[in-house]
Ligand binder design. Structure first.
Ligand SMILES: [Zn+2]
Length: 348
C-alpha cells in the first residue's frame, strides 16, 4: 500500500470538466485494518415492522403484495408527482413551476436482510431489468425529461431501513450531474469525434491498476479522477444512452459487475458498506445522443469504517473535491479482498 500513497496533484474530471485535488501525501492511506466492532447479528429475512417487506402495510394504508421478486410501487411521499400543487408565482428574477413527475420505490428483493452484495447475480439482473423498464416507460411520458434511478444505502446516508431498495425520480428537468456530463461528452464528441467514455475505458485498461472487474461487456474501476475514496464506476463497454439499450448478455454482465463490486465493498471492512449509487442515463426528451454513454456510479461516503468524508470548504464552499486518498491505493485495497462475500457461509 506504499506505492501510490504519496500522490499530491490535481486531476481533471473529464465528465464534470473540473479539477479534483488529490492530497494523499499527508497521512491518509487506505484503511485496511479490521473494523473495531464485530458484525451485528443478521437481520431476519422478514420483519413485521418493515414497510417494504411483502404483505406489510405501509404508512399510506396501502398494502404490499406478497411479492417474490423485484417489486415497484409509487412513492407514498413523492418529491415529484401528478398531485403537486400549482406553484406560487414569485417576483422577478425568481422562477417556480409545478413539481411534476413520478417518484417510485423499487424493492430489490423480498428478503429483508439481503443487499445487492448478497444477492445472486441473476437476481441483480432482475433489478437491472426493472431499471431498464422503468426508464423506458417513464421516459415515454410527455412531462418526463429524465429518469434518475438510485440507491441510498446505509444509515450514514440517511437510510435506517436495511430492506434492499432503490428509488426512481422521473422529473421534468435533467439532473445537474447528467446535464454536465451530457455537455462534456458533447464537447468531446465535437472536438475529437470520439465517445469520451470509450477513451476513459481505454485509459483505465491501459493503466490497469484501478480495475476491479472486467468481462466482454462491462468494466468496473475506481476512476483516475475519483472524488470519493472508494468511488467506483460500473460501465458497459458499448455506448448506449439508456440502460434499456443493452442486450440480455450485456445486462447480465452488468449485474455480474455490480455483484463483484458490492461484494468487495462489504468485504473491505467486513460491514454492510454504505453508498449512494446512481444510474447516469441520458435525458428522455427524445433527442439522439450518440455520445452519451450510460453507466453506474457508486459513491461511498466513508473513508474509514468510522470516518465519513465530510463535504466542507472545498466541496460545499467551492464546488470542487479534495480527495485524501489516491485512487490507485483505494483500488488496490478493494482488489486485495476476497471475491466471496464474508457472510456467504452464514445461515440465511
Ligand atoms: Zn423489509
Amino acid at each position: 500500500m506504499t506505492l501510490q500513497s504519496g500522490v499530491w496533484e490535481e486531476r481533471w474530471h473529464p465528465l464534470r470538466e473540473e479539477w479534483i485535488i488529490v492530497a494523499a501525501h499527508r497521512q491518509n492511506r487506505p484503511w485496511i485494518g479490521q473494523t473495531v466492532t464485530t458484525p451485528p447479528p443478521r437481520d431476519p429475512v422478514y420483519d413485521p415492522t418493515c414497510y417494504l417487506c411483502p404483505g406489510n402495510m405501509r404508512v399510506s394504508g396501502n398494502q404490499n403484495p406478497t411479492y417474490g421478486g423485484v417489486y415497484v410501487f409509487d412513492n407514498d411521499h413523492p418529491c415529484v408527482g401528478p398531485l403537486a400543487p400549482p406553484p406560487v408565482t414569485p417576483p422577478w428574477p425568481y422562477r417556480a413551476r409545478r413539481a411534476d413527475g413520478i417518484a417510485r420505490v423499487i424493492c430489490f428483493s423480498p428478503a429483508h436482510n439481503q443487499t445487492l452484495a448478497e444477492m445472486a447475480p441473476s437476481a441483480i439482473a432482475d433489478v437491472v431489468q426493472v431499471w431498464q423498464q422503468q426508464t423506458y416507460d417513464l421516459g415515454q411520458r410527455p412531462e418526463v425529461n429524465h429518469v434518475l434511478c438510485f440507491e441510498n444505502k446505509g444509515a450514514v446516508v440517511g437510510v435506517s431501513n436495511p430492506h434492499p431498495h432503490g428509488q426512481v425520480y422521473a422529473t421534468n428537468f435533467v439532473f445537474k450531474t447528467m446535464e454536465t456530463e451530457l455537455f462534456a461528452a458533447q464537447r468531446f464528441w465535437h472536438d475529437h469525434n470520439r465517445v469520451l467514455m470509450h477513451e476513459i475505458i481505454a485509459a483505465e485498461q491501459q493503466d490497469g491498476r484501478r480495475i476491479l472487474y472486467e468481462d466482454d461487456h462491462t468494466i468496473a474501476f475506481v476512476p483516475y479522477f475519483a472524488r470519493y475514496a472508494y468511488e467506483v464506476y460500473v460501465v458497459p463497454k458499448r455506448t448506449v444512452a439508456h440502460l434499456y439499450g443493452l442486450n440480455v448478455a450485456e445486462s447480465q454482465s452488468l449485474a455480474q459487475a455490480i455483484s463483484a463490486v458490492t461484494i468487495r465493498f462489504d468485504n473491505l471492512w467486513q460491514m454492510s458498506f454504505p453508498y449512494v449509487m446512481s444510474l447516469h442515463q441520458a435525458p428522455t426528451d427524445g433527442s439522439q445522443l450518440p455520445f452519451f454513454h450510460a453507466f453506474l456510479a457508486f459513491h461511498p461516503p466513508l473513508r474509514r469504517p468510522d470516518l465519513l468524508k465530510y463535504l466542507a470548504g472545498p466541496e460545499i464552499g467551492g464546488g470542487n473535491f479534495l480527495s485524501d486518498t489516491a485512487p490507485e491505493a483505494t483500488a488496490a485495497a478493494l482488489q486485495a479482498v476476497t471475491a466471496v462475500h464474508y457472510r456467504a457461509s452464514e445461515v440465511q
